[in-house]
Ligand binder design. Structure first.
Ligand code: ATP
Length: 355
């Protein structure tokens, strides 16, 4: 498959509209599984349409395998797409659906047969090849759509636009597994667009997080979780998202709501001045019943049992925080002590991570 480079790409739908995609530079590596993740309206579909050639960007360049492709029509880009709703010919069999893009391209009969068989095997469709597409469930039809996207030998990349929208929630996990399998077996360049963090984080090796037309961070699921570069990413990734507290740096300590917290000062080379925020994930806070060294006193507001953990809402002074407590850990009833492990404290100035 191919590498896709976009350089300083921007798009607005009318001259006086806000930028739907703004100053975006990114490379989708050959053979990578990427996700574009962001809330509704952040520009995901616009970016996807620019990649597929349905939209010509207002500004910027797109290259496929190093060759200029900004003005190329969709057909010539050889970028396949799987949409929210399955695109299959219901009157045709699964075999005919898979063969269709190959026959259209003038491929010899024997080769068509070989490729259809291999693709069916990859996707677990072998037993369904003679079935009419009209008799398939939505998830089976979506797998056929995926096969149609993958089957051409000259496909440069496969774009998946919220492909699990119509899939029964119980089958989504299965299809995500199938996509991972397809990626491992074929090394296809896959770009998966979604607003659902679970889908993005389980599918992709690299996630592009967008907000208001801009890329906020590109990283592995782990990087986005452990070190959000922007407060937006801290809020958006995680369930619930990161806790934020206004604070001040005083030497090797942080002043938080009148309390002193030790931090690994070496982690912050540019404390500067002005309003700072401490960010810490609910998973990394430690709640204790007894006073422990360096822990801050908190009031317990509520605790909800959520399977293998409790989500405990506490207040530090008037500041609310959420703490994820593993099942089996004793939870204080009225007052407790909250430890902020220094290695998990992140500092943000104007929403940006201090490094
Ligand atoms: P969703 O998840 O809801 O599909 P999205 O992240 O895909 O959202 P886009 O559909 O790309 O976001 O929209 C980005 C911005 O561009 C939004 O402000 C939207 O209102 C605007 N927009 C999208 N399509 C058009 C259009 N055809 N004409 C005018 N504005 C548009």
């Amino acid at each position: 498959m191919a590498r896709i480079d976009i350089e300083d790409v921007a798009h607005r739908y009318t001259a006086d509209a806000a930028w739907a995609v703004d100053a975006l530079t990114h490379s989708f590596r050959d053979g990578s599984a990427s996700a574009i993740l962001g809330p509704s309206g952040c520009g995901k579909t616009t970016l996807l349409s620019i990649l597929s050639g349905l939209l010509h960007p207002t500004r910027g360049t797109l290259r496929i395998d190093g060759r200029e492709a900004t003005g190329l029509p969709p057909r010539q880009r050889k970028i396949a797409q799987v949409f929210q709703f399955p695109v299959v010919y219901e009157a045709m069999t699964v075999f005919e659906n898979l063969a269709f893009p190959l026959r259209n391209g003038g491929m010899a009969k024997d080769e068509v047969k070989t490729r259809v068989k291999a693709t069916a095997e990859l996707l677990g469709l072998t037993a369904s090849l003679d079935r009419r597409a009209s008799g398939l469930s939505a998830d089976e039809q979506q797998i056929v759509s995926l096969g149609r996207g993958l089957i051409r030998p000259d496909t440069a990349a496969l774009l998946l636009d919220e492909p699990l929208t119509v899939i029964d929630p119980l089958r989504r996990w299965e299809i995500r597994q199938k996509l991972r399998h397809v990626h491992q077996e074929t090394n296809a360049t896959l770009v998966y667009v979604t607003h659902d963090q679970t889908e993005a984080l389980t599918f992709a090796d690299e996630v592009v997080v967008m907000d208001q037309g801009r890329v906020m961070q590109v990283g592995t699921p782990r990087e986005l979780f452990e070190t959000p570069k922007h407060a937006f990413v801290g809020h958006f990734i995680g369930s619930p998202g990161m806790n934020f507290l206004p604070c001040r740096l005083a030497g090797r300590e942080l002043l938080v709501d009148g309390h002193r917290l030790p931090v690994d000062r070496n982690a912050f080379t540019d404390p500067g001045s002005g309003e700072l925020e401490l960010g810490i994930r609910p998973e990394f806070l430690e709640l204790a019943r007894e006073e422990v060294d360096g822990a801050l006193p908190v009031r317990i507001r509520s605790a909800s049992a959520l399977g293998d953990h409790h989500l405990v809402r506490v207040a530090l002074g008037e500041r609310p925080l959420q703490v994820r407590v593993p099942d089996g850990t004793p939870i204080p009833t009225e007052c407790g002590f909250l430890r902020f492990p220094p290695e998990w404290i992140r500092l943000y100035r104007d929403g940006r991570l201090l490094t």
